[in-house]
Design a protein around this ligand. Structure first.
Ligand SMILES: Cc1ncc(COP(=O)(O)O)c(C=O)c1O
Length: 438
């Protein structure tokens, strides 16, 4: 099948889709629906593509895309570092057994408690996001009698759209030190004065679902120019540069992302040219893709519940999940390819509106999904590229239990995330009186 589908997804002679050698019908019977099915081969392959495409560069997985203990163990096995953006993601990485030295800690408002844990366990780098945080890291490290290795998050004034970018004069963002306002330089000077902080480098992330190489190249150039300016004007020599994540993936057949190797080559060539021009040594580089590592590996399996045909208007297909397991269509008008998976198509395709089961008209899975006219309740459909920012953003809206996730490979199925139960749904609730049995 490939294209938007995981690498091992294929349609059997009977038309049923299998992934990792396991038929979706079998997975649905054993684990229920909705279900996230993760193609282990696909996921490992993408980790390898990044390591090869960015040879000599540290690749960190941005765990905000999907953060579970098993997933982090797998990505860690593939030699990627782990980027976390909260104390909860850090905790997950530690429970997964990731070496804290391989963790990069982000976030625009890390609490004292989060910073204290990060310093205590010795995370590799803390990416400081503001002046307040800089002082907070210093205080936390001083209190523990330790030193914190930090980068500064810079807002480089590059506004990346999917195909182009613009260099804006100044950048209005909640993240980082705004370059055009001189804040990045001020922060570097201040960090340099602090006794318990080791300023080692800079970081800049310019956006997500970016398809061209130009914005990344521009980001590298701007950041290297800043490194040179810090050296020349302030005597601060920094040897590390993280160029962020944001590489685009295929959600639909209309998406054409850049291959990893081409992206790596473009960035590394630009880095080397710019370093030569500025008389800089190539800094130790890192990138931190999230979506591009985990997104394409996964499909969501839903069961079709009802089909409503409104002649002259549209056909609604309701499935047994929706915005609680994939908020992206409602939040960003994102589109994901959809296909019938439990059998082959026997009728011509018609555009159908696939919706979830939530009490919200915006609870969309896919508008104009080309599905066969004989689609019926009980059919299973798969939604492509749901590994990133699906479970990570899932909720219990309408008190739907969150789905489980399984990892499939060579006919073997391993549970990655347990499906929530009805009891899980009331676990946090505190009754005001003894409840009636039932
Ligand atoms: C600092 C940082 N790094 C990496 C990422 C990962 O982005 P993506 O999943 O699009 O690669 C993000 C996403 O928001 C981010 O904010």
């Amino acid at each position: 099948m490939h294209g938007v589908w995981p690498l091992t997804a294929e349609r059997g002679d009977d038309g049923e889709v299998s992934i990792g050698g396991v038929a979706v019908g079998e997975l649905a019977r054993a684990h229920g629906t909705p279900l996230w099915v993760v193609d282990e081969h696909d996921l490992r392959e993408r980790c390898r593509q990044y390591r090869e495409g960015f040879a000599g560069v540290d690749v960190a997985y941005a765990s905000k895309a999907w953060c579970t203990v098993g997933l982090l163990q797998l990505v860690d096995e593939e030699g990627l570092l782990i980027d976390v953006a909260s104390g909860g993601e850090l905790h997950t990485a530690l429970v997964a057994g990731v070496d804290p030295a391989n963790v990069i800690f982000h976030g625009n408002n890390k609490s004292v408690a989060e910073l204290a844990r990060a310093v205590e366990v010795g995370v590799g780098r803390i990416v400081v996001d503001s002046f307040d945080e800089l002082e907070r890291v210093e205080a936390v490290a001083a209190e523990q009698g330790r030193r914190a290795a930090i980068w500064l998050r810079v807002t480089p004034g590059i506004d990346a759209h999917t195909h182009e970018y613009v260099r804006t004069g100044h950048d209005d963002s909640k993240f980082g030190f705004t370059l055009s306002l001189g804040l990045a330089e001020q922060a570097a000077v201040r960090a340099h004065e602090l006794a318990h902080v080791d300023l080692l480098g800079l970081h800049a992330h310019i956006g997500s679902q970016i398809f061209g190489t130009d914005p990344f190249v521009a980001n590298a150039e701007v950041m290297l120019e800043l490194l040179a300016r810090l050296r020349d004007e302030h005597g601060i020599a920094l040897g590390e540069l993280n160029l962020g994540g944001g590489m685009g993936i295929r959600y639909t057949h209309e998406d054409h992302p850049v291959e990893v190797a081409r992206y790596g080559k473009a960035v590394l060539e630009a880095v080397d040219e710019t370093c030569a021009r500025l008389g800089l040594e190539r800094p130790r580089l890192s990138v931190e893709p999230g979506r591009a590592i985990v997104g394409p590996s996964t499909v969501t399996v839903y069961e079709v519940g009802t089909i409503k045909r409104l002649p002259g208007l549209r056909t609604y297909v309701s499935v047994d999940g929706g915005m609680s397991d994939n908020i992206r269509p409602a939040l960003y008008e994102a589109e994901h390819e959809v296909a019938l998976a439990s059998r082959g198509e026997e009728a011509d395709r018609e555009p159908m509106t696939v919706v979830g089961k939530h009490c919200e008209s915006g609870d969309l899975v896919r508008e104009h999904a080309p599905l066969p006219g004989d689609l019926r309740p009980g059919d299973l459909i798969v939604v492509a590229a749901t590994g990133a920012y699906n479970d990570a953003m899932a909720s219990n809206y309408n008190r739907l239990p969150r789905p489980g996730a399984v990892l499939v490979r060579d006919g073997r199925v391993r549970e990655l995330v347990r499906r929530e139960t009805m009891d899980d749904l009331v676990r946090r609730d505190v009754p005001l009186r003894s409840s009636r049995p039932g």
